[in-house]
Design a protein around this ligand. Sequence first.
Ligand SMILES: [Zn+2]
Length: 182
Amino acid sequence: MSQFIIVPKISSYPGPEARARVMLRWLIERGVVEAQLTRCGVNGQWAHAIGPRASEVIEPAGLTLLPVNEPCNGVQVVTKRCIYTPKDAFRGEARCPECRAKVGEVLVEHLEVWMPGETDNFICPECDHEDDINGFPFDEACAFSDLGFIFNNWPGAYFRRGFLDEFAERLGFPIECVQVST
Ligand SMILES: [Zn+2]
């Protein structure tokens, strides 16, 4: 089981539910996902199944890379605050973009304050640089937001760059692509 998750690099996305609907409409019109919800999500949750033109966003194009035979292969959208980290052997190493200090351990602890929404930001304990928590890069792709698009068992490494660029453009924020293996 793996998940490829596209997340805007911002803790509090402005109007996450409305944007989720707009993005889904785009994905449906493009034939990337089906309009109907079916039980193709995690543990049989409702999700949007692979659409008729989904292979066009994968490179090389073709259905062979898509999880067509997996029972869990749908796209699910999350509109509540969520922490996206790679699950297998997550090292949790991050650096301050200003002073380059290793801040991973403190950042991970800080998630306990971030998760209930007490703050969106993190302050570097070494140099006091303050920014949205997504502004402190981890070694492995991670993201923290109230909007996330989960592609269950889709081959993250094979998404077309142009599609991901358009995804970011339509979200209006840079994106992080988190690959989760469970
Ligand atoms: Zn710093």
